[in-house]
Write a protein that binds this ligand. Structure first.
Ligand code: NAP
Length: 684
């Protein structure tokens, strides 16, 4: 076979032994490539990832890794034409390929942006604020995340050869962990092409990515507690791999994304003629036919009010009848082929199983006319609709997954029944509810959310911008309980943390400040020598502290602030009414007056490296300020984040406002942008 897929091992392309297994086009049945990983040294692959890849990646900060992902995404964008061309062989239409290829690349962009915006320019990720665990604050605790020292083993499904790899790769690399990718054999040729381009780009450090095309040999025998397995595929394979002795004995982190009998519920208000009914029909039709129904999130169970079930069957049958099926390379084709003939035969068998409990009302055949292709050679299957009359007592409709364009209508009598039907799926990746009644939406969400990883509530108000039932987004978690595998991927930074270890660090505030590079109350307060606003980003040190002069708050100040701003809330303007309030003894200062006075106390007015104040975080007013009270501020440089190549960095200041009795009256973080040395020199 001319096109024998390569394995990327130790940054070199290596052929597996033997002729390899033939992989055929989903459209024509002709051979596309052969695949073999026989003869590879899996222990060495694992060791190389850990010792070379991990070491290289961990030298980079989260921001540098984010920059790397962005550069990679841009590079892949430039090469996407060839991915699209090859993708056709998997049976994917242009729209299907867009989800796989552009969707995958955009996942890299999103994780790049998340890494640079929501993570520090550092190697340690702080998990929340410090925990107060001692009376005087000399002993404190901080949860941190650090990169695991192992490799991430990614075992992917056949349906999204590009997205399936990239959605796992992006958070893994951002976490500083190398990946060993094993694509599903039937569509591995597309993954291999993309990995060839990634490798050629030279954008990833050595050892960051290796590819195994074929079986994984004895790879699992080498895993330990620093490794992570992220699996996507069938429940059966997940269970088999989760029971590997090494996975059990070494407590190897294992994330499984498996099957799902996802449901979509039509609300009782959404009768024919309403926009929601139309939306429901459109959404279900799209979910059944996009990617020929080979989406783990596709709608398999259509839960509709009994009164409308007949209308739903009729409307869906009509919509499915308009779907143009054929050679996915054709411009006007709505649905292509399944990924392989084996897959098509499997879907046909599953439909037979389902039809023991449900009436076949549309489709069901693999022998039909297709456009510009031969149905006997390609893996084509008609969109297929079933109608189950007694869904509460049926079992197959809730447990048999036909991984193709197949779905079953399940009528319900009451909201409670709809909830019960949805739960019978025993855990799903995605669910949707189509209703314009928000109370019904709440009832259904509270009744079913525990069985879902993600839920879409669709109505006329959000439809135009809705991303749809079946589209996992890098910002949102992808995964689900029970049958869906019990795993969770993506979800922004949450997905990165799956490849890192959370550790609770206890110690003195200064020690934890040094470890986490974020100032903690009780740590050293450094005298900066000059006003800290006179220092550039580089000159500022974490812990540089300013303690201001004092300022007395008068009744005139409070009245003036009320008149000036229009905030004449009674607690600030009416002595008698304020005293009746359980929190106050009389008129008190506005919280924003305290913050304004604090700024008046701590700012340095002259032109300087502090460029702007872009907000405050975690503002709390701890104690009322009465007129006659005296305020002062302690401002400590808390955290610094360099924004590479911008000329500035973000500096977070810990601001504490106290009264004459040293009681804290307000506490918050002040957020500023501070010029770098270079920038400051250029304007001075
Ligand atoms: P599968 O047989 O479980 O295969 C999934 C992956 O596991 C493939 O890469 C496969 O490689 C690999 N694999 C199989 N046996 C293995 C073993 N003993 N050791 C190591 N790896 C092994 O699943 P499938 O039937 O191809 O895929 C369809 C299923 O995936 C459907 O049930 C679908 O719901 C599910 N799926 C879930 C998601 C999700 O995000 N939850 C996404 C897509 C698909 P080979 O191809 O080389 O056998």
């Amino acid at each position: 076979m001319k096109n024998k897929l390569g394995n990327l091992v130790r940054d070199q392309w290596v052929d597996g032994d033997g002729d390899g297994k033939l992989l055929c086009s989903a459209v024509t049945g002709d051979p596309v490539a052969s695949i073999s990983s026989n003869g590879l040294d899996f222990g060495d692959i694992h060791n190389y990832a850990r010792t070379v890849g991990g070491t290289n990646l961990r030298k980079l900060t989260f921001h540098e890794r984010g920059d790397m992902l962005k550069a990679l995404a841009q590079y892949l964008m430039e090469h996407k034409k060839e991915f699209y061309e090859l993708s056709t062989q998997t049976g994917a239409t242009r729209a299907d390929s867009w989800v796989d290829i552009d969707g995958g690349i955009s996942t890299l962009f999103v994780f790049s942006s998340k890494g640079r915006r929501e993570m520090p320019n550092d190697h340690v990720y702080l998990d929340g604020p410090p925990e107060r665990i001692s009376k005087n604050g000399t002993f404190t605790a901080q949860h941190i995340f650090t990169s695991k020292l192992g490799a991430a083993i990614h075992i992917n499904a056949f349906n999204f050869p590009c997205w399936g790899m990239l959605e796992k790769l992006a958070p893994t690399l951002l976490a500083g962990v190398p990946a060993i990718v094993k694509p599903a054999s039937s569509t591995a040729y597309l993954t291999e092409l993309m990995v060839r381009r990634i490798n050629a780009s030279g954008l990833l450090p050595d050892g960051a990515l290796q590819l195994i095309c074929g079986g994984v040999g004895d790879l699992f025998d080498h895993l330990d507690c620093q490794d992570t397995v992220a699996f996507t595929g069938s429940k059966k394979t997940a269970e088999f791999l989760q029971q590997h002795p090494r996975v059990i004995s070494q407590s190897v982190a294992f994330t499984a994304e498996t099957d799902s009998l996802n449901s979509s519920i039509l609300g009782p208000d959404a009768v024919p003629g309403t926009p929601e009914f139309e939306l429901f029909i459109r959404e279900v039709t799209r979910e059944m036919t996009s990617k020929a129904g080979q989406k783990c999130t596709a709608i398999r169970r259509i839960i509709a009010p009994a009164a409308s079930a007949g209308d739903v069957v009729e409307a869906l049958s009509s919509a499915l009848g308009k779907i143009r099926i054929g050679n996915p390379a054709g411009k006007d084709i709505d649905m292509g082929a399944l990924a392989s003939q084996g897959q098509r035969d499997e879907v046909r068998d599953r439909v037979l199983e389902l039809s023991k409990e449900a009436d076949l009302v549309y489709g069901g055949s693999s022998d039909f006319d297709v456009i510009d292709a031969d149905a006997t050679r390609g893996a084509f299957f008609m969109p297929t609709l079933l109608h189950c009359q007694k869904p509460l007592t049926s079992r197959a409709v809730h447990s048999v997954e036909a991984f193709g364009p197949v779905s079953t209508v399940l009528p319900y009598g009451s909201i409670d029944e709809a909830i019960e039907l949805s739960r019978l799926g025993e855990g799903s990746l995605a669910g949707s509810i189509v209703t314009n009644d928000d109370d019904v939406a709440r009832q259904l969400v509270l009744g079913t959310a525990a069985y879902h990883g993600r839920m879409l509530v669709l109505n006329r108000h959000c439809a135009a911008e809705s991303t749809g039932h079946g589209s996992p987004l890098p910002h949102l978690v992808h995964g689900g309980p029970g049958r869906a595998g019990g795993g969770e991927e993506m979800g922004g930074v949450r997905g990165v943390l799956h490849y890192m270890q959370r550790t609770a660090i206890q110690g003195a505030p200064q020690t934890l400040t040094t470890i986490g590079r974020r100032w903690i109350k009780g740590a050293d307060q450094i005298d900066p020598g000059v006003h800290p606003f006179r220092k550039t980003f580089e000159q500022l040190k974490i812990g540089d502290t300013l303690v201001t002069r004092e300022r007395k708050v008068t009744l005139e100040d409070i009245q003036h602030f009320a008149d000036f701003t229009g905030d004449t809330f009674y607690a600030h303007t009416d002595e008698e009414a304020a005293a009746k309030n359980p929190f106050f003894e009389g008129r008190v200062a506005h919280g924003y007056l305290i913050v304004s006075f604090a700024a008046g106390l701590f700012v340095d007015p002259d032109f300087g490296p502090v460029l702007a104040n872009y907000g405050v975080d975690d503002l709390r007013f701890a104690k009322p300020v009465n007129y006659g009270d005296t305020l002062k501020v302690r401002l400590a440089c808390k955290q610094k984040t360099l924004r590479a190549a911008t000329g500035y960095g973000e500096v977070r200041w810990d601001a504490e406002v106290t009264n004459q009795d040293d009681e804290v009256v307000a506490q918050y973080d002040v957020l500023t942008m501070v010029a770098t040395d270079e920038q400051w020199a250029s304007v001075n």
